[in-house]
Design a protein around this ligand. Structure first.
Ligand SMILES: [Zn+2]
Length: 224
């Protein structure tokens, strides 16, 4: 079983997750810490719990999910893992920052390309990597089967979905990802999104208007 800690960081209230297990190893997912106070909150949590980060991992390359990655890398000497199809977003972090009014402290280098990888491991934990393009081309979700926890980034939110109007976004792709790759994981799977509150797949199938309108046939998304 994994232990999950969540911090809502930066002006975009982006959810940064620390996933740890009994070995004390952990990964920092979508490090969005932005201010000195947020840097300290993350580092203090890791130190207080005696956790050893082994990797910074991102669901995707949007700047609000990446603001603290370099700080985590520098502090703990860990590599950064991302799906290669989002490398263009890392490269444009500075421009993304200007667009959203965020100061980008440093652009992290990517050491581990998750493209084509099925799994990611830390401690005694194996997370399944699910490629869910649509919000961005290289977006991934991480699934922990034992806890039935899905870290779904900005693909799926409680009763909403991620934007598809940003560079590389595509509505048909995100719906394809949600309906063919996420929904089949089962109603009891807990969703830990990149912004906002937790949910479950069962809740979303019933109450997410973007899913409901497609399942009802009100909207015909182009299957990809
Ligand atoms: Zn995003």
């Amino acid at each position: 079983m994994i232990k999950i800690a969540v911090f809502a960081f930066n002006p975009f209230q982006e959810n940064t997750y620390v996933l740890s297990d009994a070995t004390g190893e952990c990964i920092v997912l979508d490090a969005g810490n932005y201010s000195a106070a947020e840097d300290n909150a993350l580092v203090n949590y890791l130190n207080d719990k005696n956790l050893k980060p082994v990797m910074a991992v991102n669901t995707h390359g949007h700047v609000d999910h990446m603001l603290g990655v370099e700080q985590v890398k520098q502090t703990f000497g860990v590599p950064f893992a991302l799906h290669g199809d989002d490398a263009f977003l890392v490269a444009s972090a500075q421009q993304q920052g200007e667009m959203f009014g965020l100061r980008v402290r440093a652009i992290p280098s990517v050491e581990i390309d998750l493209k084509g990888q099925a799994e990611l491991t830390f401690g005694q934990t194996t997370l399944r990597i699910i490629h869910t393009p649509g919000h961005t081309p290289g977006h991934i979700c991480l699934f922990e089967p034992e806890s039935k926890a899905l870290f779904c980034g900005d693909t799926l939110f409680r009763e909403s979905i991620g934007r598809t109007d940003l560079p590389g976004g595509d509505y048909s792709w995100i719906m394809n990802s949600i309906l063919k790759k996420i929904v089949p994981l089962g109603d009891d799977v807990e969703l830990y999104p990149g912004h906002g509150a937790k949910s479950t797949i069962g809740h979303e199938v019933l109450y997410n208007p973007f899913i409901v309108e497609v399942l009802r046939g009100d909207v015909n998304y182009k299957e990809v």
